[in-house]
Design a protein around this ligand. Structure first.
Ligand code: NAI
Ligand code: MG
Length: 338
């Protein structure tokens, strides 16, 4: 049975890494029936709009998208495409797994997942200036909000994820000692949800600054982390850094009606069209998509292939210390699929 899914080849290295990923997905017989759609600069050039209505309609229909990085048009009053997608489809959970694939880095055997609330917090951008004397921008203010319903929903998402993926512990990360209401409500709902999972999933709490320090000193103590928007944005880049940066970092934006899977890195215009890009972050995102539709059997095959090919350093792309181009690496990975 095939599963309709939207495919966005994107900009810069996007089309190259998307070709590599669909080649691997085809090799394992992934069930997706792709509906190819434009977004980003490619869409601006073709239609004048970085996120055309056809693309939105396609995602509304399929509820599932694999998206390559998009070049954000500078100026021209375009709103961020990622933010528009999040709001349009209520993609409230940003899921960022972090695992060591290339051994011998600064940290070995990292395996943790960060769940970030994607819609509320300080990123609602309720900002304004207050004049001071003759300086109209003498004071800048920003307000944030967290709703009880959303705090409950995001923590529940993290616990459900833990149950489904056999994870043992969820850490609620907050700053309720200072932001007593804004993140206190998150902690209050978090504790409530944690009670429902008692005996199945362990729960503990960390203040965000202490969590940042401990992620660097002893990241192995973490399993699933759940936190509010701003803290999650910062901590998820920190966790990507634990395993060697953006080249291996996948992400998913998940809502009740749609889910969008992507690499965390950008369109890398400096290496676009040169057969240099590493497709692994997008491939790991495609793996998350396979798991999302219940095809863990296929994601496990791809993951075993990745783990096998990675032991032969010379076969990897240059960013991982190898000699391969995107196409040569993809061919090598295909041979390591069992
Ligand atoms: P970037 O992630 O595209 O590149 C940063 C550095 O990492 C560059 O040196 C690049 O060559 C390298 N790099 C990135 N991905 C790589 C890969 N798969 N293999 C090998 N090397 C890789 O970030 P940058 O340069 O800040 O942004 C470029 C464009 O991408 C901008 O227009 C930005 O707005 C957009 N962007 C889009 C994102 C998305 O669609 N989700 C996320 C981040 C940036
Ligand atoms: Mg960020």
């Amino acid at each position: 049975k095939t599963i309709p899914a939207t495919l966005i080849p994107g900009d810069g290295i996007g089309p190259e890494i998307m070709d590599a990923v669909t080649e691997i997905l085809d090799a394992v017989g992934a069930p997706f029936a792709w509906d190819k759609q434009l977004a980003g600069m490619a869409a601006v050039e073709a239609t004048g709009n970085p996120l055309p209505p056809q693309t939105i309609d396609s995602i509304r229909r399929t509820g599932l998208a694999l998206k390559s990085p998009l070049t954000t048009p500078v100026g021209g009053g375009f709103k961020s495409i990622n933010v528009t997608l999040r709001q349009e489809f209520g993609l409230y959970a940003n899921l960022r797994p972090t695992r060591t694939f290339v051994p011998g880095g600064r940290f070995d055997k990292i395996d943790l997942v960060l769940v970030r609330e994607n819609l509320e917090g300080y990123y609602a951008a309720m900002e304004s200036y207050i004049p001071v004397g003759d300086d109209p921008h003498g004071i800048a203010t920003g307000a944030g909000y967290n709703s009880r319903a959303e705090c409950n929903r995001i923590v529940r998402f993290a616990f459900e994820y833990a149950v489904k993926h056999g994870r043992k512990k969820v850490t609620l990360v907050h700053k309720a000692n200072i932001l007593k209401l804004l993140t206190g409500l998150f902690l209050e709902e978090g504790r409530k949800v944690a009670k429902e999972y008692e005996g199945r999933v362990e729960c503990n709490e960390r203040i965000v600054d202490a969590c940042a320090m401990q992620l660097v000193i002893d990241p192995w103590q973490y399993d699933v982390i759940v936190t509010t928007n701003l803290f999650g944005d910062i901590l998820s880049d920190l966790t990507a850094g634990l395993v060697g940066g953006l080249g291996m970092a996948p992400g998913a934006n998940i809502g009740e009606k749609a889910a969008v899977f992507e690499a965390v890195h950008g369109s890398a215009p400096d290496i676009a069209g040169k057969n240099l890009a590493n497709p692994l972050a997008l491939l790991l995102a495609a793996n998350m998509m396979l798991e999302h539709v219940g095809r863990d059997d296929l994601s496990k095959r791809i993951e075993s292939g990745i783990r096998a090919v990675i032991t032969k350093r010379e076969l990897l792309t240059r960013d991982l210390g190898g000699n391969s181009g995107t196409r040569e690496f993809t061919a090598a990975l295909k041979q390591h699929l069992v």
